[in-house]
Structure formats: C-alpha cells, structure tokens
Design a protein around this ligand. Structure first.
Ligand code: FAD
Ligand code: PYC
Length: 416
C-alpha cells in the first residue's frame, strides 16, 4: 500500500501533483484469472476485496465498462440504515451496518461514515401506526429504533414546518440512531485500493460483451479488451443485470428504472441527520461541504437513460418546499439519475445461476449502497464455496419458485 512522508506530500503538492502513483488499475487484463467480477461498483469491488482477503483468491479481476464507482455507487444519496421489517433482511443489513462501522479502519481509507441518525417522517395517524409496527419489528430483530412525537421531530430537525397549519402535517416519526451516511466515492475507492493491494487487477474501460462456456460450464468472458478465461465469473452490474445475464441465456426477474438525485448550492449547517418522508417520497441530508443532497421516488417507466425526467423533480421539490420552507430560494447545482435494478419483492438476489460457475448479485433497487459491505462479503463467500453464504441464502432464486418472498416494499425507504 502506498504511504507518503510529509516531505513527499509537500514535494507532490508543490510540483503540481505530477508523479503520484496510481493506487489501482491495470490497462490490459491477463489472459486468465481464477475469478472475474463484472462491474466496478461498490458490490463488485467489495466482492473482489473479500475474495482476496477472506478466501485467499488473488488471481481476481474486476472488469468495469466505464470508471469505478461511475454507476449507482457514485450516483446515490448514501443513506445507510438497517431498519427493515423481516428477520432475513434485518440480519443482512445490520451485518452491513456493523461492517460499515469499522470500514475506514479495515480499508485504511476514510469513508467518512457518519452515524447521524435516520428519521422517517409520519404525516398522519395511519403513518404513526405504521412506524410503531415498524419499530416493534426492528426491536424484535434486535435493531435500534425510537418513535418520535411531533415535538421531538421538531427538536431534531428545527427547519421543519411542524406547525398545525402545515400543508403536509408532521405527526411524528421514527429514528434509527445508528443510521447515517458515508462518502460514496470513498467506499468504491477504499475497496478498490485495498483489493489492488491484495493483487486484484482492476480493469476500467473494459466492457463485458458476452460469455464463453465449455461442457456446460462458464469458461470465460468476451470483452472490449479481448477474451479472458476464468472458471468463475460473477455479475454485479446493477441496472444492467437483466441485459447482461440474458447474454448467458438467463432471464432475471429484474426491471430497470431511473432514480434521480439533486444537489443544492452549499449552505451553512442546517440539518445534522437524514430525513425521509415515505409518503411523499422526498428525502434529504446535508453533505460535509454544505450541499443539500436530495432525492425522490423512482421515475415511473422502465428506462436505461441516466437522466430522469422533470415531473419527478417537480414533485420532490414541491414536497420539500412545503415541509422545509427555508430551502425555497436555494439553487440546484446538479441533477442526475442512476439505473436501478428492481425485483418485485424489493429484495436483492445473491446466488449461483443455472450456468455452473456463473454467479449474480443484483436487485438492490433504490437501496444497495448500505448493503455494499455485506453484499461483497456474502457474494465472495458464495463464489469461493460455490454455495450461498447463510445470510444470502434467503435471497436466492429459490424464493421465486417456493414463494418465500421477502417483501420489503414498505421498508424500502424509497419504494421500489
Ligand atoms: P453500480 O455501482 O451501478 O455498479 C455496477 C457497475 O457495472 C457500473 O459501474 C457499470 O458501469 C458496470 N457495468 C455494467 N454493465 C457492464 C458490462 N457489461 N461490463 C462491465 N461493466 C459493466 N442505496 C442506499 O443504500 N442508500 C441510498 O441513499 C441510495 N440512494 C440512491 C440514490 C440514487 C439516485 C440512486 C441511483 C441509487 C441509490 N441507492 C441507494 C442505490 C445504490 O446506489 C445501489 O443499489 C448500489 O450503488 C448498487 O451498487 P452496485 O455495485 O451493484 O452497482
Ligand atoms: O435505501 O434508504 C435507502 C434510500 C433512501 C433513498 C434512496 N434509497
């Protein structure tokens, strides 16, 4: 791993930053690997890191068609929480939060993890019932949750309009104190650097175009940089999962939609928690630079365009200005979308596929950033042992035939 002395830092700073060595990445892939991971998002990079670190596989490549973190990992609004309803999800996502709690130290890279709490707003008596049941489910699963009345919401979020005349009334809410956020790029870069330091080849600008098989097993991939052999190939390409898996003859129960986010100009500290209003689909937090990081619901039709469309922006901003009138004159600096991979029970898929040697991690929809450490950990185990990790087992393909769905639509944060 690269370490710099103070003198070296000064020298680099004064000479225009020439001469830094790259922390990861090779231009050309080797002819063969023990395992190939397709997709240099958080899940692919974490998978490669844990393959090397937990399972001793060093001849591993991550193939990324663009740049690492350029997909949803670098486009998301970084909410981390484990407030799900079902025991399978609670165990999985809380394992992820626990890995996040020590990730900066694990990777020796500051991912700026901040457990500032995550508040879900209740706008009606019905919403209050809902969050009460939700908090009870969390307590039964051993996860922190507190019910808030309107006065406590106002105390935690002073800029909210909780007055009796507010157009969107505030009845109260629910807080997960251990929820929060982390810097998305840093998660990708931290895993990439740590994986590369363990011998993983990270190959950017390398698109996987198809699969090679021999005697019914996977034997490699065809890429924009040539054909590469490997007995194990793992897909972690989020919104492009169904299109890529189809090239191996696999039909996935996944649809792809645009999910948008926006960032305001920076302002002085005004919010030190994460706030989400499930009923309106509006949520926001404040970044360490002062920008408000804002998101809304899914665009309503399936799409691969990383733009999003205007009605979603309008609806989100209208709800935000109603609830937080003081933001009404702020200007937006940026708007974008990512293509999210949606399964009809709003839960992910981590499993082997029907092609021996081919594995898949997908279906994170609007909520897979929080799952990156656990997704990588359990997917690496699944690949290394050719058998699902116990935490991943409920999230396999079997549920689509057994009917044992894990329907987390109500706890998805942003419905998907
Ligand atoms: P990605 O980061 O998308 O990585 C997949 C990679 O695969 C991409 O880099 C892509 O270029 C590459 N790829 C695709 N096809 C190929 C190919 N053929 N060959 C090679 N490479 C290929 N989650 C949360 O938990 N909290 C949030 O607050 C949150 N907010 C969100 C807000 C927005 C606007 C969006 C879009 C998503 C949000 N999410 C959130 C969801 C989260 O971002 C994703 O679930 C997560 O980042 C998925 O990670 P990934 O590694 O699977 O996918
Ligand atoms: O998963 O918590 C989440 C989330 C909120 C907004 C988008 N995803």
């Amino acid at each position: 791993m690269q370490r710099y002395s103070l003198a070296a830092l000064l020298r680099h700073g004064l000479n225009g930053h020439r001469g830094w060595q790259a922390n990861w990445g090779v231009e050309q892939p080797q002819a063969s690997y023990d395992a190939i991971v397709i997709g240099g998002g958080g899940h692919g990079l974490a998978t490669a890191y844990y393959l090397a670190e937990n399972h001793g596989l060093r001849r591993v490549a991550v193939l990324e068609k663009g740049w690492i973190g350029g997909g949803n990992t670098g486009r998301n609004t970084t909410i981390i929480r484990s407030n799900y309803l079902f025991p399978e999800s609670a165990a999985f996502y809380d394992f992820s939060v626990k890995l996040y709690e020590k990730l900066s130290r694990t990777l020796n890279y500051n991912i700026m993890f901040s457990q500032r709490g995550m508040i879900l707003l209740a706008h009606s008596r019905h919403d209050m019932e809902n969050v009460s049941r939700w908090a009870s489910a969390m307590h039964l699963n051993g996860i922190d949750a507190e019910i808030l009345d309107a006065a406590r919401v106002k105390k935690l979020v002073p800029i909210i309009d909780a007055s009796p005349s507010a157009r969107i009334p505030i009845y109260g809410g629910m807080n997960q104190p251990r929820g929060g956020s982390a810097r998305h790029d840093a998660v990708a870069w931290g895993y990439a650097r740590a994986a590369a330091a363990r011998g993983v080849d990270i190959v950017q600008n390398c698109e996987v175009l198809g699969f090679e098989t021999a005697a019914g097993r996977i034997s490699g991939v065809v890429t924009s940089k040539g054909t590469i052999a490997a007995p194990k190939v793992a897909i972690a390409v989020a919104g492009h999962s169904s299109a890529l898996a189809a090239k191996a003859g696999i039909e996935l129960p996944v649809n792809s939609y645009a999910l948008q986010a926006f960032v305001s100009e920076p302002v002085k500290p005004m919010l030190d928690t994460v706030v989400l209003s499930p009923a309106t689909g509006m949520y926001f937090s404040q970044s360490d630079k002062g920008e408000l990081v804002i998101g809304g619901g899914l665009d309503l039709y399936a799409s691969y365009a990383q733009r999003g469309n205007f009605p979603t922006v309008e609806k989100t901003v209208a709800a935000m200005v109603d609830m937080f009138p003081s933001v009404g004159r702020l200007r937006f600096m940026r708007q974008w979308a990512g293509i999210v991979d949606v399964v009809h029970d709003s839960s992910p898929i981590i499993d082997r596929t029907s092609v021996p040697g081919l594995y898949i991690n997908c279906g994170w929809g609007t909520g897979g950033f929080k799952a990156i450490p656990a997704g990588g950990w359990t997917f690496a185990h699944t690949i290394a042992h050719d058998d699902p990790h116990p935490l991943a087992k409920p999230f396999g393909f079997a549920r689509f035939t057994s009917g044992a769905m894990i329907d987390e639509a109500a706890a998805a944060g942003i419905a998907h």
